[in-house]
Design a protein around this ligand. Structure first.
Ligand code: DON
Length: 302
């Protein structure tokens, strides 16, 4: 495994720094683009890592998988009345489908879908972001995980597009709580800081039929695990989901902080991080690293 990581690093080295770091908020724009790390956590409990694998970064949209998991735990199948399961084929912050489709977002990983999921969690918890952070601390085995309040605050300051989606959904009756409260919870969860090691561990339950070896609990059922992986495979990489399936062939989820997590079912979870992004907002070197990984292991879900 360690030699696999060295091979991947070697393959993608020329791409590290290629692209643009997310610059819509200053707190993200100041990250050094030339960083790169990978961590793999296997179902038998082994951790493998290389490069900047212990540097915490803003997990951003990767948090959408955690909030979805929390919502599934509570709402089960009923949650699919409020959010769809189809790829959108549009940018993650697009508004257009939402009106055509009566305020029901296409899937839980575009921003509109993640906001509905956050609204569900808002209804369930007194302090939704703290519940979420506690959940992620348990899954990663790292009680020190922190929220970057500066990132959350500046996302809130520039919230107009996400706010527009939430208010539009509210006009269709698909929102239960105060929009501004849900936006704050959503941004705080996106602003969690985690390293590749934290994330590879936290996502290990998705590679292990829903059981986390870190927290020692069945997080969601085996069937729900399959469903979350299917959603990541079809919608986790936004409008690059098709080509990610084509090139990489495992479920994945990206964030504009440059992190990408991927799941190799029944084997391991992996997190790659490199902050420079391609045109759809996915880490350039991160996607290339996962492509190199599945090539080397000669395995995909397809
Ligand atoms: O709401 C937003 O736009 C950001 N907090 C998250 C976007 C994101 O990470 C999309 N991922 N590629």
């Amino acid at each position: 495994m360690q030699s696999l990581l060295r091979q991947i690093l070697n393959d993608v080295q020329p791409l590290v720094g290629e692209g643009k770091v997310a610059d819509y908020i200053p707190a993200l724009a100041n990250v050094d683009p030339n960083q790169f790390g990978i961590a793999i956590f296997s179902n038998d409990g082994e951790l493998y890592e290389i490069g900047d694998s212990q540097v915490p970064f803003s997990i951003q949209s990767i948090s959408k998988v955690f909030s979805l998991t929390l919502a599934i735990k509570h709402y089960g199948d009923t949650m699919w009345q409020r959010v769809g399961r189809e790829p959108s084929g549009l940018p993650f912050n697009s508004l257009v489908q939402l009106e055509y489709e009566n305020g029901i977002p296409r899937n839980p990983f575009i921003n509109a879908g993640a906001l509905v999921v956050s609204d569900m969690n808002q209804s369930r918890f007194a302090t939704p972001h703290y519940a979420m952070r506690e959940f992620v601390r348990k899954l990663s085995g790292n009680p020190e995980l922190q929220t970057d309040h500066k990132v959350a605050e500046s996302e809130y300051e520039f919230r107009y597009r996400n706010a527009a989606m939430a208010y539009l959904m509210q006009s269709y009756g698909n929102f239960e709580n105060e929009v501004e409260d849900v936006l704050r919870s959503y941004f705080s969860s996106c602003a969690l800081r985690m390293s590749c090691v934290d994330l590879a561990k936290a996502f290990s339950f998705l590679a292990n039929k829903g059981f986390s070896n870190i927290s020692g609990e069945q997080v969601i059922t085996q069937e729900e695990t399959r469903q979350v992986n299917a959603l990541m495979a079809t919608s986790g990489m936004y409008d690059e989901a098709g080509s990610f399936a084509f090139k990489v062939g495992v479920p994945g989820k990206s964030g504009v902080g440059g992190g990408v997590i991927a799941v190799v079912p029944n084997r391991f979870s992996v997190c790659v991080w490199s902050p420079a992004l391609n045109s759809v907002g996915n880490s350039t070197a991160g996607v290339a690293a996962l492509e190199s990984m599945t090539k080397h292991i000669g395995w995909s879900v397809y």
